[in-house]
Structure formats: structure tokens, C-alpha cells
Design a protein around this ligand. Structure first.
Ligand code: GLN
Length: 486
């Protein structure tokens, strides 16, 4: 059961081979056994989860069940949950319980899914290693001396170590795809606007997008069917007819045009990562897909542009944490200003403070044009690169991350090295485009390698279809880390 896909779990529930209460308890026990070592969950409330499972079982009894009814799902601690505290990985919100549910949480509740707990993450989703969390780092189940990636590292480790059948995450510059790659699972960052940001604590609003993490592409499709959908409370939510993200799972690969951006196969990428990605590409060719050399000439500018725009938006979004409205308030202060100052000094960690400083600087009078406005213009050029590329190909393939999982502490003193880890995941969200990461093999240390599959706006079904076809022919996605063997 621990290793089953969502459709297998769904079938077992439907056939009454297992109840949701039993299934939920099974995963809660697994969390109890492993969380001390892996630190994937910040908050678990067994009674809360089991009560939801009971409701799901009754719903099934009344024949009102859908495919996800009764399946336990872990949620990144960035999604507000009524009745279960929401910390966003920060001391600032360590004692915060939201009075309402995020749209994504409402959608899963409507589908009858069970909340399994809240997963660890980099503080306010700022990071690529999960080391900025106030609740301590998450460990990679493939090698517990290494990071799981970030910022959705808790969700990724939970799925990789089979502590949860699936999880939610958010991706601003790679936070779903990079941890999926580093832990050997699948993660989808949807087209901007498909998944509502209502109740998803904001980092950089023009980039943030929620999405699923799971063992297989087929599972991601099921989760997207529940998560995506118009929500009037998010002004950037896209209003379009509901779609079935599983509709192209059996797509024909013959004639599919796969773009290979030369910038993604350049120096600086771990040769073992490139070798695994090339092998996967050869498999697609063997199925009749055609590869096309393309160029995304502004790839080198994506990182500097992101590190102007994301901190700018973060500095504005995080101004609400002031000791008055939400979360932490300093105990000792003399007047209003000292209360603000102390609250923010105590509540935020070093990386969050760094981003607030950068963001405030690039938005300040006199620098706004030189940094922020310029970055927005280059962002437009990056989007144009993709538009040109998708005129020549259907999907773009390449590595998700330039390296496999790195040791804890290896990059934490050097922010630029840490930022460079996101070089291949940052371009898509800058253009609002979707991206998917699936496992495509291992390096010589036994660490998973991620293949990134990118597509045009709203091409999720096609991306998932191509991934599913690959997963029918390979078993990388079914491997379980030895450290947490079942
Ligand atoms: N690692 C990137 C950052 O630190 C992206 C994080 C994210 O996607 N939330 O900003």
C-alpha cells in the first residue's frame, strides 16, 4: 500500500480492500517512524486526519466518492488550513492558525481527500535546499547527509520516503521541480493562473504557482484534476473550461517535436546529469519523436532578473508581518517603531531578511528604473525566447537541476552558489509557462537525476502524456530509497 500509486489506492478503497481510516493510519505510522530522521513534516495531527478519513469512508459508503476520496495527501505548510497550524517554515508564523482554508485545500476537501499533515519548507519558500526553515533542515531519503532540494523539500521527501502517497507544493523559481528532481519523484509547476493562489502565503505573486508532487505522471494528472480551477478570489486565476489532465496519457509520440535548448546542455552541468538526460531523450527518439536544436538566448539573464523581481515582490508581500496583524510579536519594545523592528528582527531568518533588503533596494526611488523596470523588460525577452522556441517544437527537454542532491551545508554560506542551482527552473515561471520534472536515472553515487519537460501555456496534459509514456517503459519513478526501504 505504501508504494501504491493514487489510482491503485483509489481502486483498493473502491473495492473495500482497505478503508480510508486504515490507509490514513498506515501513513501516519510511517510518518511516526521516519519523521525524526527526515524532518519532512512540521505539523501532524492524527485525530484531525483520522476524523477526515472517517468522513471519507462514510462518503464512499453512500456512493458519493470520487477518485481521491479517502486518500491522504500532505500539504506544503504554505497553504492555509483551518484547524491545522500554518507556519510557512518561519518563526514569524510558528504559532499561527488560519481562520480559513486555501482554495487548493478547499478543492481537495471537496474531492474527499484527507489532510495528512503540513510539510517542512524553506522559510517563506525562499531557498533551494530546505535549510532556511525555522524548523530545521529536511533530509534527503536517498542519502540523509544531503539536502532534498527546496523550497518544497518536505513534500518531496514525504513522497520519496513513502510517508505520503502525494503532496502539494509551490513553485516560484523551481520549488516543485528541483526538490522532485533531487528526491527522485515527479513534480508539476502548472501554467501561471491555473491553480488559485488564494490562501497560499505569498512570496512573489507574479511567479508563485501551486502544483502537485507524486510518484508518477499519471498521479500528477489526477491531482491536477482536483487542484486546478477558476477562483474569483485570485485576480490572476485563469477562467477556462475544466480539463481532464489525464486525457493525453496514451499519446502517440511519433512526430512529437522535442526542442533541446543549447543553453541547457552547456558547461557547468554535471556530466552524469547530462548523460542520464541524453539517454531519456534517446528513448523518446526511439519512439518516433524528433529532436530539434533550439536556443533560449536569454537563459543567462533569467537568474539576475529573478533575483530582482522575486525579492521586490517579496519585500512588499512580507511587509504585512509586522507584529500587529499576524503571527509573532516581540515581547520587549518601547514604542511602535521598536515593536516593528524587534518583531521583524526576531521573526525572520537570515535569507528572508536578505531578500527583503534586496527587494527594498531595487524598488527604492532612483533605483526602480535601473533594476526593477529593467528586469521586467528582460523578463519580456525571456518570454519571447520561449514563444519563438514553441513555434519550432512541442515540448522542451533538458535537465531540471545542474547537479544531483548536494550535502547539507555545502552551499549555505554562499547564496550565489545556492541561487545557481535554479538556473534551469527559473526561466519557465518568469514566462508564466509550465514545467515538469520526472526521474530519469541515477548518478554514480546512487542519487536521482531529474528530467525537465517544459511545454507551452496550458500544455500540461501533453507534458504529462509524454512523461507517462516514458514511465510505462522505465521504472526510475518506482525506485524506493534504500535508507527508508519498505
Ligand atoms: N530557490 C528559489 C528561491 O530561493 C526558488 C524558490 C521557489 O520556487 N519558491 O527563490
Amino acid at each position: 500500500m505504501l508504494n501504491s500509486t493514487l489510482s491503485e489506492l483509489s481502486a483498493a478503497l473502491a473495492a473495500k480492500k482497505v478503508s480510508s481510516v486504515e490507509l490514513t493510519r498506515l501513513f501516519l505510522d510511517r510518518i511516526k517512524g521516519l519523521n525524526g530522521r527526515l524532518n519532512a513534516f512540521i505539523t501532524v495531527d492524527e485525530e484531525h486526519s483520522v476524523a477526515q478519513a472517517r468522513v471519507a469512508d462514510q462518503r464512499r459508503f453512500r456512493d458519493q466518492a470520487g477518485p481521491l476520496t479517502g486518500i491522504p495527501i500532505a500539504h506544503k505548510d504554505i497553504f492555509c488550513t483551518r484547524g491545522l497550524r500554518t507556519t510557512c517554515g518561519s518563526r514569524m508564523l510558528a504559532g499561527y492558525t488560519s481562520p480559513y482554508d486555501a482554495h487548493v485545500i478547499e478543492r481537495f476537501a471537496a474531492a474527499g481527500a484527507v489532510q495528512l499533515g503540513k510539510t517542512n519548507m524553506d522559510e517563506f519558500a525562499m531557498g533551494s535546499s530546505n535549510e532556511t526553515s525555522h524548523f530545521g533542515p529536511v533530509r534527503n531519503p536517498w542519502d540523509t547527509t544531503r539536502v532534498p532540494g527546496g523550497s518544497s523539500g518536505g513534500s518531496a521527501t514525504a513522497v520519496a520516503a513513502r510517508m505520503a502517497p502525494a503532496a502539494t507544493g509551490t513553485d516560484t523559481g523551481g520549488s516543485i521541480r528541483q526538490p522532485a528532481a533531487l528526491t527522485g519523484i515527479c513534480g508539476l509547476k502548472p501554467t501561471y493562473g491555473l491553480v488559485s493562489r488564494y490562501g497560499m502565503i505569498a512570496f512573489a505573486s507574479s511567479l508563485d504557482q501551486g502544483g502537485p508532487l507524486a510518484k508518477s505522471a499519471a498521479d500528477l494528472a489526477l491531482l491536477m484534476n482536483a487542484m486546478a480551477g477558476f477562483d474569483a478570489r485570485d485576480s490572476t486565476s485563469v477562467e477556462r473550461p475544466a480539463e481532464d489532465y489525464a486525457r493525453e496519457l496514451n499519446m502517440n509520440l511519433t512526430g512529437l517535436r522535442i526542442g533541446l535548448p543549447k543553453e541547457f546542455f552547456a558547461e557547468g552541468v554535471d556530466p552524469e546529469v547530462l548523460a542520464r538526460v541524453r539517454e531519456a531523450i534517446r528513448w523518446f527518439e526511439s519512439q518516433g519523436a524528433k529532436t530539434v536544436e533550439i536556443t533560449l538566448p536569454n537563459t543567462g539573464l533569467a537568474l539576475p532578473v529573478y533575483y530582482v523581481i522575486a525579492p521586490a515582490e517579496a519585500s512588499s508581500n512580507l511587509s504585512r508581518f509586522d507584529g500587529v496583524r499576524y503571527g509573532h510579536r516581540a515581547k520587549d519594545y518601547t514604542d511602535l517603531n521598536s515593536m516593528y523592528r524587534r518583531t521583524r528582527a526576531e521573526g525572520f531568518g537570515a535569507e528572508v531578511k536578505r531578500r527583503i533588503l534586496i527587494g527594498t533596494y531595487v524598488l527604492s526611488h532612483g533605483y526602480y528604473d535601473a533594476y526593477y523596470l529593467k528586469a521586467q523588460k528582460v523578463r519580456r525577452l525571456i518570454a519571447r525566447d520561449f514563444a519563438d522556441a514553441y513555434a519550432r517544437c512541442d515540448l522542451i527537454l533538458g535537465p531540471t537541476s545542474p547537479s544531483t542532491a548536494f550535502p547539507l551545508g555545502a552551499k549555505s554560506d554562499d547564496p550565489v552558489q545556492m541561487y545557481l542551482n535554479d538556473i534551469f527552473t527559473i526561466p519557465a515561471p518568469l514566462a508564466g509557462l509550465p514545467g515538469l520534472s520526472i526521474p530519469c536515472g541515477f548518478d554514480s553515487k546512487g542519487l536521482p537525476v531529474g528530467l525537465q519537460i517544459m511545454g507551452n501555456y496550458f500544455a500540461e496534459a501533453k507534458m504529462l502524456g509524454a512523461a507517462h509514456r516514458y514511465q510505462q517503459a522505465t521504472d526510475w519513478h518506482l525506485r524506493v530509497p534504500r535508507e527508508t526501504a519498505l
